[in-house]
Every structure is written in C-alpha cells, then in structure tokens.
Design a protein around this ligand. Sequence first.
Ligand code: HEM
Length: 420
Amino acid sequence: MSTVGDRELNGAVGIVHTSIEAVNDGANPYQTLAPLHDYGEAVIMPEGYLAVWGHQACMDIMRSSAWGRHLPDSSIRAAWQHDLTAEQAELLRQEEPPHIAPWLQTFDGPEHARQRSLVSKPFTPRRLQVMRQRTTEVVGRLAAAAPRGVPFDFMSTIAFPIPNQVVGELVGLPLQDRDWFAERAVLLLAERDPRSSFDQLRRSTRAIRELGDYIRGLLRGETCPTEGLASDLLEAEETGARLTEPELLSLMLLMYVAGHGTTAHSMGNGLYVLLQHPDQLAALRADRGLTRSAVEEILRWDSGVTSVDYSAVEDTDIDGIRVPAGTPAHLFLSAANRDPRVYTDPGSFDIRRTEGPTVVFGAGPHFCLGAALARLELEIALDVLLAGFASIELATSTPPRGDSFNYRYFTQLPIVVSDN
Ligand code: HEM
C-alpha cells in the first residue's frame, strides 16, 4: 500500500497543479489531465486535499458512506481561494439569505434522503412523457424562429431557452418571469467556483436573495402559481411530509439552477464537438438511431460539469491511500470520463461508443435527479436541429469559453444554419 508521503512525491501533484493553471488560462483541461491516468487514481496534494481522477475511485467515493458532502473549512475552496479578506468573508456570511436552507447537495443521511424523495416527484415516467412533448414543442419553436443564412448565437438563442422553458415549467415558474429568473440563476455559478472574486460572490448572494424572495411569493400565492414542483411540494406539505419554508425555497431554487446552466452548457459543448467531427455528424445524420449513444458520448466528452467535491467523514482508504477523516476530495469527473481503464481510446470522440457508465451525473445518494430529463432534452434538441437544418456551421473558429472552475461552457457559440 502506498503512503501519503510516497504519493506526494509522484508526478501527479505537478500535473494536478498544471491542470488547475490550465483551467485558469481557459485551456483544454482534458489534454492536461490525461497523463494523470499513469499515476493510479488519486493523490494527496500538498495543500491537504485528495485529488481524484480515476473512474473507479470517483465511483467509490460518491457511493461510499465513508464520504459525504459537508465540506470542512480546510476544503478545496480554502486551498485554492483567491484573496478574500477576513472582512469580506464575514460580510458575505452576513449577507447570506437566512430564509433559504442549505442546498440538497451539501448534506447527507436520512434528512437528505427525505428531502430528495419529496423533490423527485416531477421525474416519474409519466411526467417525463409530458416533458418530452413539451420539450419537442419548445425546441421546434426555437429552431423555427432562428435566423437562416446569417450568424446567430446558439447559446442565447437555443441552448439556454430550452432548459429555461423546460425546467421553468417543471418548477412551476410563470412564463413571463422565466427570463428574469434565468438572468439571476446564472450568477449563482460563482458560488461553486473557488476562484470567484468578492464581487462575483456578492452578486451571487444578492441573486439568491432575490430568487428566494420571488419563490417565497410564489409559494404564498402572491404571484400566479402554475402546476409544477411548487404545487407538488405544497401538496406534500398538506399530506404531512413537512418541509420548512426555507427548505421549500432551497429545493425549488436548486431544481431550476441545477437543471438550467448544466443542460444549456452540455448542448453548446455537444453541438461544438459534433461540428468539430464532421464524420461523426454525418454518421448521426445518416442514422438517427444513434442519437441516444451520441448524447452519451457528448456527455462523456464534455458534459459541462467538470468536478465535484466530497470530504471523508471517517478514516478511509482510496486507491491504496490512507485518508484521514475530514480530508476534502476534489473529483475530476472530466478526467474520470476519459479513464483508459474504462474507455478504449478515450481521447477519440465516437458516437457509437457503448462503454460506461460515465460519471457525468455523479453516483450514489447524490446522483443527479435530473439525469433522465437532461438526456431527454439533449436527444430532442439534437433530433429537432438535425431534422430542421440541412447545414449547421460554426461562424467562428474560436468561440469564447466561460471562466469557471467547475463548469466548462461557451459564453457564445455563433453558428450559421440553412433549411432542409
Ligand atoms: C447535462 C446536464 C446535467 C449534468 C451534467 C448534471 C450533473 C450533475 C452532477 C455531476 C450532480 C452531482 C453533483 C454533486 O454530487 O454535487 C448533479 C446533481 C443534481 N442535479 Fe444534475 N446535471 C444535469 C442536469 C440536471 C437537471 C436537468 C436537473 C433538474 C431539473 C438536475 C438536478 C440535479 C439535482 C437536484 C442534483 C442534486 C442531487 C442530490 O444532491 O441529491 N440536474 N447533477
């Protein structure tokens, strides 16, 4: 068995540091991370956290009760935090909206299971069938309205409006308020990025407060409520499954935020990779039966969610490394999805690939609640766009990427389309 000391000495530490720099520079992280697979599956970093890139090790951590989501102060954020003064940190703490309970992904155990089951209602097969129909209508409308023959931004014209409408409906947001909601929801991404500046974090906190106030109004009947999670959760209240108002607010807000940017980002990343691989795009156009496996490969290739953080709740072992309780772990899901122990030629994009499962949606008790919906939205988007547009071309060779530590996405993806 390796010891922490042995592991610190190996080259993996340097690669992890380089990959963090690469993320900071907006460079492609996959190339930087790939050599890590020569170094086992994980390493204890000098900063005190466990960096994990192996597919099996990621799965083991996410599925094990020895690991949880409560991140101690010495977490990744602290290790990589950019210059927040004690005063600024205190100010942020004071500005945190007191009327919103902790996010579902940040706690474990029976309380997590209880809240999770209440919020799972919209994902029954029957509801998903309805969502399929609605999503097809939404994508059809957006594609029909997109300009032909001149460049337009795929992200703001199609990729974001799809989940905005779909998850907006799922949560029960009135139609006229969904754009207002979406504008603020994107600001919340800063919260999970350890490099966010004080100003970004402050804007995020303000957005959480405004969105929380809005949902409180929705739940209290001040705005016109529509069918959706809001009514599900209120109904659950009536049948005795008690949730406090801060819990209701937190669950509804999370559902929108978790399902909005993630899905839009993966649509942008997916279209881009297909346009970069004309042979694969042609194969998909020729055999639309490949849509499902194409979506899986797009997600494996560049899902948009690059990492998640855990921490050891007891002394444990991972990949032969002794890990003391309280150790934070940073799981490079993006690297695990290209682990050569699981995928043949992991650096090639192949829409016929059948290996897996990927760790795109996490695993274990915190497995993504919206995985089926996200897959459905991606499949429908691909289907409708390929059926509707005879050609889709990039309007720039270097579309701008967003600057985020946990997410990988385009801020704009200019394309030109023509009709069939
Ligand atoms: C391609 C799109 C998506 C990706 C890549 C994605 C990825 C993930 C990942 C990796 C996790 C685990 C996070 C963690 O352990 O912290 C997660 C959790 C979650 N996702 Fe998604 N997600 C997507 C779409 C959605 C959608 C559409 C919804 C809902 C409408 C959703 C709702 C959630 C929720 C509620 C959780 C927390 C589950 C829990 O902690 O028990 N996600 N997602």
